[in-house]
Design a binder for this molecule. Sequence first.
Ligand SMILES: Nc1ncnc2c1ncn2[C@@H]1O[C@H](COP(=O)(O)OP(=O)(O)O)[C@@H](O)[C@H]1O
Ligand SMILES: [Mg+2]
Length: 406
Amino acid sequence: MIPLIEKYRVSKFEDIKDQDEAIREVREFFDNFPKKKALILNGSVGTGKTSMAVALAKENGLELFELNASDLRNKSSLDEVLRPAIGQSSLFSKGKLILMDEADGITGSDRGGVVELIRLIDESSFPIVITANDIWGKKFSGLRKKCNIVNLKELDELAVKRILMGVLFKEKKEVKMDVLDHIVKHARGDVRAGLNDLQSVFDVGEEDFLSEISREKSESVFNVLKRVFQGPLDDRVVRAFDRTDVNLDEVLLWIEENIPLEYQGDALVRAYELLSKADLFKGRIYRQQYWRFLVYQSFFLSAGVSSASKNKNDKFVSYKRPSRILKIWLANQRNFKMKGVVEKYASLCHLSKKKANKDKWLLPFILEGVDERTKRRLDLDEKEEEYLKEKRVDMVVSGGLNRFGG
Ligand SMILES: Nc1ncnc2c1ncn2[C@@H]1O[C@H](COP(=O)(O)OP(=O)(O)O)[C@@H](O)[C@H]1O
Ligand SMILES: [Mg+2]
């Protein structure tokens, strides 16, 4: 199944909502090319930056030529990739548009990448579009001078709502108004987040979606984030996670998601670097089961991320919920159902759980084949039965592969 954000990805200017000003400026850049050879589309996630680059290429019959940060890191690969693209303008009738998507990925430790990008702009005979969440960091100052900068705004609530309703209409689906409003509020101008939440509603149903959202106890998460981002760097920050019931892995996701709402420029880069240190320890903890490292993970997440910026403020920031949290919860929920089924099957047939687990892919067939009495003795509840039916094909494929080697 294609996720909604891909299925309904827009690729024409007329479908990009609530960005009229930016669209006008993008067209103007192209009309005046090569007065400025490159354009920066600057704006937060899910506001339509990539879509706009695609639309520009499409509207002008240009071939889109995509580069990434690692192409820049490698000089010879850049040359290889670009020589043909830069030179041969007349070889093919179709012109090219070079896209460097998500330039934030050119990290602080690789200033060389920015230098290469500037060289590319100087040498290219094709227009270049660069997208970024935040182009105002020091490392980009040289780059900014070479480019027109177009800012994309976060979409207002009505626009997000209209986009989501358009998708609902095409999908021939309905959701309750308060669920939709909830999604729209939560998206905060990020269409991607809105579409992903709508996807979750399709996947789990409205009821589970709402109950999961309230489970987050966003109040307490809110306080933790506020302490880390805005509090003075003292021992209360170090202990920031002690009293929350959100586990450390979830905290990591929350912090990752919200760093860009709190930090800009160099502080943003520093914060991500500290976050990646926390992530490193997380990896070691899981791989080596070395729980002592939890202290370090927690330290980099709290005091580390806090230290990324010295200018503390107490502005109100409405933090965003990371969409992955809902996905993780969903996966756990599924495992949970499966575990229940396997346990019941094990106890009915006097098998070890391990053996029963190996046979679980057969369960849908067993269920179809047995009489009502045995079925009752298996004592599955409705949800479990439904789940088995629904998962029938997946289970056969994965179970069969495990068993017979694939
Ligand atoms: N302004 C907009 N109007 C309509 N759809 C949008 C808009 N901005 C984003 N989307 C949709 O949201 C998803 C992500 O858009 P994308 O262009 O990748 O955002 P960005 O590159 O800014 O993160 C896509 O499915 C896209 O169709
Ligand atoms: Mg993008």
